[in-house]
Design a protein around this ligand. Structure first.
Ligand code: HXC
Length: 510
C-alpha cells in the first residue's frame, strides 16, 4: 500500500512542477508567480481542490507525442474565498506557454459546467500564448467550447478574468465575454494580434505594452476594469471584490456584518455643494461618507472619470453605485461614460444588486466628436439599461439634473423606486443661462434684461420643488441624513418584485 501511495505522491509532485524548475525560475525572474502560487494566494488557505492534474494532450504532430506534461498548461479546480465557494482556472505559462490544446480546453469547460450547475462564480487567471499551434483546429475547437460556455454562464454566475501575463489570440476573447477583466501593470498585455503581425499587416511598429498593456486597456480601450502593480496585489483585490458579489443570479447579495451605524448622520454633507453652482466638488467624498465604513470597490477608475461606478455596502449588503463626477468635465454624460455605466447597471441587474445613483449632471456632451462617435446610441445604452433594470433603484439628485440626462439617471420615469433630492437640486431642461438665451433671443443685446430672464428661470426651476410638486421626487432630504434615508429605503425595498414582459432577449442598442 505504501508503494501505491508513494507513486501517487510522486506523480502529484511531477504535475505540481509544471514545466520544471528552470521555467519556474524564468517566470519568477519576470516578476510573475506560477499558476499554483497564484491560486494559493487567491483562495483560502488549504481550500484548493484540484481537478484533472494528470490530464495530458493527445497531439502526435510536430514531435508532441514525446512532450507530455501532466496538467497540460492549466490548473483547474475549486476552493473558497472567505469561506464562499468559487471555481478557478489558472493558465500555467511554464507548460507550452500556457497555450490551449483540446484537452486543456476540456479541463476549463469542465469547471465552467460545474460552476454553472452549482451556481458559483468562476475566476480565470490568464498567462498564455493562445491556441496550441501544434494542434491546429483541435485547439480552435477547444476555444469555441470555452466561448460557448462563457456566453451561457453570462448573467447566471459572475465570471472574472485576471490577466497576469501575455494574453493573445483566443485567450482574449474568453475574458472579453466575462463580467470583469483586471490586469497586472508591466507584466500583462492583451491583444488579438501581436506586434509582429501588426508590423506585417499595417507596417506599424509598436511594442506589446503600447498595443495592449494595462495602461492602454484601463485608460483608452476600457477593456480592463482595473490594474494592479503586481500579482499579489491583484489577487488580494480579487478576494476583496468577491466579498461584494453574489454567488449567482439566484444567490442574493452577501451580507457582511458592519460596525458602521446605518443611521449615522454626517453634518459635513450639508456643506458639500459649493455656493457657486459652477464650482466642482468630489462626488467620491459623498460616496465614501455614505457607504459602510467608506469601503468602495471602484470599477474602471481610470476611464471616463466623469462617471464613477463601483461596489459598496449599505447596512452590510452590497449595492452598485453610479455617480456623475462634477470634478471631471462637470460630470457631463458622453459616449464613454454612458457605455461604462450601462454595462455596470446591467451587471447589477443580472445579479440582483440594488443600484444607488447620485446625480449631478449638466446634460449630454455637445459637439461633432460626440455626435459622429455615436453619442445617440451610446447614451441610449445607459437609458436602456436603467429602464430595463428591475432591481431596487434609489436615486439622489445632489445638484444638477438637466435635460435628457435627468431622465436617464434612474429617474422616477424609468421606474426609480425612491427618488430623493437635496435642497440644492436644480431640475430643468437646461441651465438657466442657456434657457433664457434661447427663449429670449431678441433680448440678447440687453444684458440687464437677459440677466433678469436668467434670474427668473433660475428661481422657477433651479430647485427640486417643481419636480417634487409633481411627485417626480419622492422627498427632498437633508444632506446629513443621506445614509440613513438610503439604508432605510433599501431595507424597505428588499422584497421588491418586478418583472419585465416575457421576451427571448431584448435588443439593447449595441
Ligand atoms: C504552442 C507555445 C505557444 C503556442 C508559446 N509557446 N506560445 N507553444 N503554442 N501558442 C511556447 C513557446 O514555444 C516556448 O516554448 C514557451 O511557450 C514560452 O514561449 P516564449 O515565446 O519563449 O515566451 P515569450 O518570449 O515570453 O513570448 C510569449 C508569447 C509568444 C508572446 C506568448 O510565445 C508568442 O507570441 N506565442 C504565440 C502567440 C500566438 O500567436 N498564438 C496563437 C494565437 S491564434 P519553449 O519550449 O521554447 O520554451 C489563436 C487562435 C484562436 O489563439 C482564435 C479564437 C478566436
Amino acid at each position: 500500500m505504501k508503494a501505491i501511495l508513494d507513486t501517487l505522491e510522486e506523480r502529484r509532485a511531477v504535475a505540481r512542477l509544471g514545466g520544471g524548475e528552470t521555467r519556474i525560475e524564468a517566470q519568477h525572474a519576470r516578476g510573475k508567480l506560477t499558476a499554483r502560487e497564484r491560486l494559493s494566494l487567491l483562495l483560502d488557505e488549504n481550500s484548493f481542490e484540484e481537478f484533472d492534474m494528470f490530464v495530458e494532450h493527445r497531439c502526435t504532430d510536430f514531435g508532441m507525442d514525446k512532450q507530455k506534461i501532466p496538467g497540460d498548461g492549466v490548473v483547474t479546480g475549486w476552493g473558497t474565498i472567505n469561506g464562499r465557494t468559487v471555481f478557478v482556472f489558472a493558465k500555467d505559462f511554464t507548460v507550452f506557454g500556457g497555450s490551449l490544446s483540446e484537452t486543456h480546453a476540456r479541463k476549463i469547460a469542465k469547471i465552467q459546467d460545474m460552476a454553472v450547475r452549482n451556481r458559483v462564480p468562476i475566476i480565470g487567471l490568464f498567462d498564455a500564448g493562445g491556441a496550441r499551434i501544434q494542434e491546429g483546429v483541435a485547439a480552435l475547437g477547444g476555444y469555441g467550447e470555452v466561448f460557448q460556455r462563457n456566453v451561457l454562464a453570462s448573467g447566471v454566475i459572475p465570471q472574472i478574468s485576471v490577466i497576469m501575463g501575455p494574453c493573445a489570440g483566443g485567450d482574449v476573447y474568453s475574458p472579453a465575454m466575462t463580467d470583469f477583466i483586471f490586469m497586472v501593470r508591466d507584466t500583462s498585455y492583451m491583444f488579438v494580434t501581436g506586434p509582429d503581425v501588426v508590423k506585417t499587416v499595417t507596417n506599424e511598429t509598436v511594442t506589446a505594452e503600447q498595443l495592449g498593456g494595462a495602461s492602454v486597456h484601463t485608460t483608452k480601450s476600457s477593456i480592463a476594469d482595473g490594474a494592479y502593480d503586481d500579482d499579489v496585489e491583484a489577487l488580494i483585490q480579487m478576494r476583496r471584490l468577491m466579498d461584494f458579489l453574489p454567488l449567482s443570479n439566484l444567490g442574493g447579495v452577501p451580507e457582511i456584518s458592519s460596525f458602521d451605524d446605518p443611521e449615522r448622520i454626517d453634518h459635513s454633507l450639508d456643506t458639500l455643494i459649493p455656493e457657486n453652482p459652477n464650482k466642482p466638488y468630489d462626488i467620491k467624498e459623498l460616496i465614501l461618507k455614505v457607504v459602510d465604513e467608506g469601503d468602495f470597490f471602484e470599477i474602471q477608475a481610470s476611464f471616463a472619470k466623469n462617471i464613477v461606478i463601483g461596489f459598496a455596502r449599505m447596512a452590510g449588503r452590497t449595492i452598485g453605485v453610479v455617480a456623475n463626477q462634477p470634478m471631471v468635465l462637470a460630470g457631463v454624460l458622453d459616449s464613454d461614460a454612458s457605455r461604462k455605466a450601462a454595462r455596470f447597471v446591467r451587471f447589477c441587474d443580472c445579479f440582483n444588486i440594488p443600484i444607488v445613483t447620485f446625480v449631478d449632471v449638466p446634460g449630454f456632451l455637445p459637439g461633432t466628436a460626440q455626435e459622429q462617435g455615436g453619442l445617440i446610441k451610446h447614451g441610449a445604452k445607459l437609458l436602456f439599461a436603467y429602464a430595463e433594470a428591475t432591481v431596487p433603484k434609489v436615486t439622489l439628485i445632489t445638484r444638477k439634473a438637466y435635460g435628457g440626462a435627468y431622465d436617464v439617471m434612474a429617474s422616477k420615469h424609468l421606474r426609480g423606486d425612491l427618488n430623493y433630492a437635496w435642497p440644492t437640486a436644480e431640475i430643468a431642461v437646461m441651465g438657466p443661462k442657456g434657457a433664457a438665451e434661447i427663449l429670449y433671443r431678441s433680448e440678447l443685446g440687453d444684458p440687464e434684461k437677459i440677466g433678469r430672464r436668467i434670474k427668473d428661470y433660475e428661481e422657477r426651476f433651479a430647485n427640486p420643488f417643481v419636480a417634487a410638486e409633481r411627485g417626480y421626487i419622492d422627498e427632498v432630504i437633508l444632506p446629513h441624513s443621506t445614509r440613513r434615508r438610503i439604508t432605510r429605503g433599501l431595507d424597505m425595498l428588499r422584497g421588491k418584485k418586478l418583472e419585465n414582459p416575457w421576451k427571448k432577449h431584448d435588443n439593447i442598442p449595441l
